[in-house]
Design a protein around this ligand. Structure first.
Ligand SMILES: Cc1cc2nc3c(=O)[nH]c(=O)nc-3n(C[C@H](O)[C@H](O)[C@H](O)COP(=O)(O)OP(=O)(O)OC[C@H]3O[C@@H](n4cnc5c(N)ncnc54)[C@H](O)[C@@H]3O)c2cc1C
Ligand code: FES
Length: 260
C-alpha cells in the first residue's frame, strides 16, 4: 500500500443531489497522489467536538489537474448529517488514500458494476477509470424509489446505466438482483463488482458465484482509525480475520466467509 497522508482540504462545493445525498468537492493544497476506485478517505467531522471518530467515505472523483477530490455523502446518522452541512470555504482533515482498490479490468473485459445506496460512488469511479469502451461497461443502480436516485447522466458516456427501484417508480421494479442483466446475463461478464448494503452484495455475490464469474465487493464495515490500528472493522475471511480498512474494503467474494 502507498503512503497515507493526513491533510486539510478546502471545501469548494457542497451540492444537494437529492434530499439525502450530497456531493462534496474538496481542494488539496498539496499534489494529490494516485487514487484508485474502491479507495477511501477518513474524515474528521469534529468541528463541534460532538463527533469524536473520523468517518470513512469512498472517493467518487479525482481531478488531478486542479487537485480536487469528491465524495458523495448519504445522510445516515449524526456524522454524515453534520458533514452535509459543511459550507464552501470551510476545511476538513482527511486521512487518505486508504484501503485496497478494485482490480482494474483488462482491456477487453466486459464488466458489470452494481451499486446501491452509498455504494454508487465507487462504482461510478470504477466505470470511469476502467478505460473500457462504454459498450463493455454495464452499471445497475438500485434504490428504494426514484426520489432516492441521483442524477448520473454525465456518467452515461462511461457505460450503459440501468436502474431498479423497489417501488417500481423508475427502471425495473424490485431489487438489483431482479434486473435482467443479473438474472439472465451474469455469465457474459468477465468481472462483476458490487458496493452497497450487505444483503445486496451477498445476493450479487451468490449470483456471480453460481455463474462462475470473478466478483469483488467493497465492504462498509464500521470503522474508526481507518489504518489497521483499532481492529474495529474485522471481517472473517478464508485468510483469517482481516481489517477491512487495510486488507479491504475490496474483497474477492471467494475470500469472504459469507454464507452465500
Ligand atoms: C470503506 C467505506 C466507504 C464508505 N463510503 C461511503 C460513501 O461513499 N458515501 C456514504 O454516504 N457512506 C459511505 N460509507 C458509510 C459511511 O462511512 C457511514 O454512513 C458513516 O460513517 C455513518 O456515520 P454517521 O455518524 O452518520 O452515523 P452513525 O451515527 O455513526 O451511525 C448511525 C447508524 O448507522 C449505523 N452505521 C454506521 N456506519 C455504518 C455502515 N458503514 N454500515 C452500516 N451501518 C452503519 C450505525 O451502527 C448506527 O446504527 C462508507 C463506509 C466505509 C467503511
Ligand atoms: S478501522 Fe481501525 S483497524 Fe480498521
Amino acid at each position: 500500500m502507498g503512503k497515507k497522508l493526513v491533510s486539510d482540504f478546502l471545501v469548494t462545493e457542497n451540492i444537494a443531489l437529492n434530499k439525502t445525498n450530497f456531493l462534496i468537492r474538496l481542494a488539496s493544497d498539496i499534489k494529490l497522489p494516485s487514487i484508485s476506485p474502491g479507495q477511501f478517505v477518513n474524515i474528521d467531522i469534529n468541528k463541534s467536538n460532538e463527533i469524536f471518530l473520523r468517518r470513512p467515505f469512498s472517493v467518487f472523483e479525482v481531478d488531478y489537474t486542479n487537485n480536487l477530490l469528491s465524495i458523495i455523502v448519504k445522510i445516515l446518522g449524526r456524522g454524515s448529517k453534520k458533514l452535509t452541512e459543511i459550507q464552501p470555504g470551510e476545511k476538513l482533515s482527511l486521512i487518505y488514500p486508504l484501503g485496497k482498490h478494485f482490480t482494474i479490468p483488462d482491456k477487453k473485459d466486459k464488466i458489470l458494476a452494481v451499486g446501491g445506496g452509498s455504494g454508487l460512488a465507487p462504482m461510478l469511479f470504477l466505470a470511469r477509470e476502467s478505460g473500457l469502451p462504454p459498450e463493455n461497461v454495464d452499471i445497475v443502480i438500485g434504490a428504494r424509489s426514484v426520489a432516492d436516485l441521483v442524477d448520473v447522466d454525465s456518467y452515461r458516456k462511461y457505460g450503459n446505466i440501468q436502474f431498479t427501484t423497489e417501488d417500481g417508480s423508475t427502471g425495473t421494479k424490485g431489487f438489483v438482483t431482479d434486473h435482467h442483466l443479473l438474472k439472465n446475463e451474469m455469465g457474459k461478464y468477465d468481472k462483476v463488482y458490487a458496493c452497497g448494503p450487505d444483503a445486496m452484495m451477498k445476493a450479487v455475490s451468490s449470483m456471480a458465484k453460481k455463474a462462475g464469474v470473478f466478483c469483488e465487493v467493497s465492504l462498509e464495515n464500521l470503522m474508526a482509525c481507518g489504518f489497521g490500528v483499532c481492529l474495529c472493522c474485522i471481517e472473517p475471511t478464508v485468510k483469517g480475520n482481516l481489517c477491512v480498512c487495510t486488507e479491504g474494503p475490496v474483497f474477492n467474494i471467494n475470500d469472504l466467509k459469507w454464507q452465500i
